[in-house]
Design a protein around this ligand. Structure first.
Ligand code: DON
Length: 309
């Protein structure tokens, strides 16, 4: 399976690149700041195994919050729907992704959804395994299948950089441990979570993951089921309601597809039954979403009628 450069797509990429100037690269994880702000690449993976790209589509970046939707798919398989949603809610928050405020005011005290940091930490805590290493290996193995990338790795510098500075995420974990939403050793959980966020791939591999969701959990190349259909549906629904954080409403109106962003500047997009989309553009808006990436999706959505609504 190869990906071909596409002139029309490249024209749009060149057109929206200037939007990167207005945003800023995430630097609260220090190692994330070491990127070129105006980088922009995109790959679109069609269900019939054609793939087109524009920009430096082989450039690796870390998944960050995009990993939340993948680990959710694994946790739902490991534990079942009832177990997961006894501990994590299904509602958008309207708050920033790292907010602690609603954890205290929600009764019972559980994170409102699996796409905010608190919810994602709780979901990572649900992955089955006898040890941190076994849980981590299972996450890697699953992501590797979705991306069809045999040796998925993580960026050690980015993971360590987050581990050394993630005081707010630790606070969320300890709060949730007090309320029995998470269990076990919090440092081990933080290690698995920061490694999961630092999983590296390029736009093409991310677009392939999008294609798996677009096909309701089927491998676009072999037709093998990689994610049960009801779980693929749950993941796509969260991507619509909470995937772009507190910009999800505006994104649903302007683009109208399931999508998940990360502070590295990645966006995973899903056009149901049709395409998986992978984007990397590290300059972010104030809500933590890729500025040029969103603009690119707005133009594509309008031109090719992407909206599911
Ligand atoms: O936990 C964090 O803060 C990061 N590892 C991931 C946050 C993230 O990507 C939010 N995205 N917009």
């Amino acid at each position: 399976m190869t990906c071909k450069s596409n002139a029309d797509l490249q024209i749009i990429v060149d057109e929206v690149r200037s939007f990167s100037e207005k945003g800023a690269v995430a630097d609260y994880i220090p190692a994330l700041a070491k990127v070129n702000k105006t980088d922009l690449s995109v790959a679109i993976y069609e269900k019939n195994n054609l793939c087109i790209y524009a920009g430096d589509y082989m450039r690796n970046f870390t998944l960050q919050s995009i990993s939340k939707v993948l680990v959710l798919a694994l946790a739902l398989q490991d534990r079942g729907v009832d177990y997961v949603f006894d501990r994590v809610g299904m509602e958008p928050t309207g708050d920033p992704f790292n907010s602690i405020s609603k954890l205290e005011t929600s009764i019972p005290s559980k994170p409102l959804n699996p796409m905010i940091n608190a919810g994602a930490l709780a979901v990572t805590n649900m992955i089955k395994g006898e040890s941190e290493n076994e849980r981590w290996e299972r996450i890697l193995q699953f992501v590797s299948c979705l991306a069809n990338k045999p040796n998925v790795t993580y960026d050690v510098e980015v993971a360590n950089s987050e581990l050394e500075t993630a005081w707010l995420n630790r606070a969320l974990c300890y709060f949730m441990k007090q309320h029995k939403v998470v269990e076990g050793d919090i440092e081990e959980l933080m290690i698995t979570y920061t490694k999961q966020c630092a999983i590296e791939m390029n736009c093409f591999e991310l677009a392939r993951i999008g294609a798996v969701f677009a096909l309701n959990g089927l491998d676009p190349e072999t037709g093998e089921r990689l994610i049960p259909i009801h779980i693929a549906r749950i993941c796509k629904t969260f991507m619509v309601t909470c995937g772009m954080y507190n910009a999800s409403g505006e994104f649903a109106i302007k683009v109208g597809i399931p999508a998940k962003s990360g502070v590295s500047g990645g966006i995973l997009g899903v056009v149901p039954e049709k395409y998986g989309i992978g984007i990397f553009g590290p300059s972010l808006d104030e809500k933590g979403n890729s500025m040029a990436g969103i603009k690119l999706l707005e133009i594509l959505a309008e031109r090719y009628n992407f909206s599911i609504f």
